[in-house]
Design a protein around this ligand. Structure first.
Ligand code: SF4
Length: 383
């Protein structure tokens, strides 16, 4: 059998693959589906074999899985489904509740969009659109997510390219063009092979193959697609997909102020609704810049006057576009904690609250803020 190699310069990928499928008489998609029937992963959002998928569960899982692993998402997915079993129930929840339940999953704009999307769908009768175009008109749903939902929930003949599927396709066709520029080409190549009868299973089979066999260190001996795989034949599978060099992330530094009263309550404040970690909670923070505040500068950034003690060590956290280093100042206990409305001195924007230890695990605290609280000894065993 002759295989076609599609290089970065090659075009007409879909047509070539259609021709290839016709020529061989046994396109790899059928073989992959047979493999999937035996080897499919059991995931909490996945319908049992032969059963229809629940669009709400598919949508919820796909939003959670954006830039997050299956292992990290599973617990959150179960928690959300138990608490809000329908899109109407999620729409009726308060945004703070949703942000609190999402805390720790990262990329918090997703949670805000999730809630906004649930409201739109609920207002439209609780039914998700079935087309990619209709889905993309909803908050937080981009091309990949729309393709995945349309294929898995509505059996639309669409490709669904998560990072696992991209890796498989890049290797199968020996695509050397770096990601993310190659995304469209990979999607087109995949779409050409989507079968008419089981597009949802096909999408999930590619994801599963990438997650369990065609991993960063591929196990080609176990792969059902080995005889179609150009990356393997050319001995280049391990270095595919090629990824464009990442820019170095800038470093920002600042100070956090962890105040704990005698009852163990912690002073938290709400971040502005828009922007990074919008609407989430945090201990009071100073501004972030090139350097940490000096011993003279730090007290002026604190939420109230007190004998703030700088703790040894630094809290580090990586955001998508920058690295953050935080020095932590603590006051513990505060003998007469000021009420939020009676704070002395400058404070960050937003309201403040004294939050009990019992309420901290469910509070809308992103991971970086939990790290800071833990460093400040204000948070026990909740990371
Ligand atoms: Fe991936 Fe190897 Fe299978 Fe090719 S043969 S798709 S590199 S596991």
């Amino acid at each position: 059998m002759r295989l076609l190699v599609l290089s970065a310069k090659g075009g007409g990928g879909q047509e070539r693959m259609r021709r290839l499928a016709k020529k061989t008489g046994k396109p790899w998609s059928g073989v992959l589906l047979t493999w999937y029937d035996v080897n499919r992963r059991d995931l909490p959002w996945r319908a049992k074999a032969g059963k229809p998928a629940d669009p709400y569960g598919v949508w919820l899982s796909e939003i959670m899985l954006q830039q997050t692993t299956v292992a990290a998402v599973a617990g959150y997915y179960r928690k959300f489904i138990a608490r809000w079993p329908t899109v109407e129930a999620l729409a009726a929840a308060g945004l703070d509740e949703v942000l609190g339940a999402w805390a720790g999953l990262g990329y918090y704009a997703r949670a805000r969009n999730l809630h906004a999307c649930a409201k739109k769908v609920a207002a439209a009768g609780g039914t998700f659109p079935m087309t990619v175009e209709g889905l993309m008109a909803l908050p937080g749903i981009g091309a990949y997510t729309a393709g995945a939902i349309a294929a898995i929930a509505f059996s639309a003949r669409e490709s669904a390219m998560d990072a696992n599927a991209e890796r498989v396709i890049a290797r199968l066709y020996a695509i050397e063009e770096p990601l993310p520029a190659a995304k469209k080409r990979l999607r087109d190549l995949c779409r050409a092979m989507v079968p008419a009868d089981r597009p949802g299973d096909f999408a999930q089979s590619l994801m599963d193959l990438g997650a369990t066999v065609c991993t960063p260190r591929p196990d080609c001996a176990r792969c059902p697609l080995a005889k179609w795989c150009e990356g393997r034949r050319l001995g280049m599978a391990m270095r595919l997909p090629v990824k464009a060099a990442k820019k170095a992330r800038p470093l920002r530094r600042g100070a956090a102020f962890v105040a704990t009263d005698k009852a163990g309550r912690v002073l938290l404040e709400k971040r502005p609704e828009k922007g990074l970690l919008g609407g989430m909670l945090q201990p009071p923070l100073g501004p972030w810049g090139e350097n940490f505040p000096s011993a003279d500068e730090a007290p002026a950034q604190a939420p109230f006057r007190a004998k703030w003690k700088k703790l040894p060590g630094i809290v580090r956290h990586t955001f998508t576009h920058f690295e953050l280093e935080i020095e932590v100042y603590a006051v513990c206990p505060v003998s007469h904690p000021p009420s939020p409305s009676a704070k002395a001195g400058p404070s960050a924007a937003g309201e403040s609250y004294w939050v009990s230890q019992d309420a901290l695990p469910g509070a809308a605290l992103p991971t970086v803020m939990r790290k800071i609280l833990k460093h400040g000894a204000a948070l026990k065993n909740t990371i």
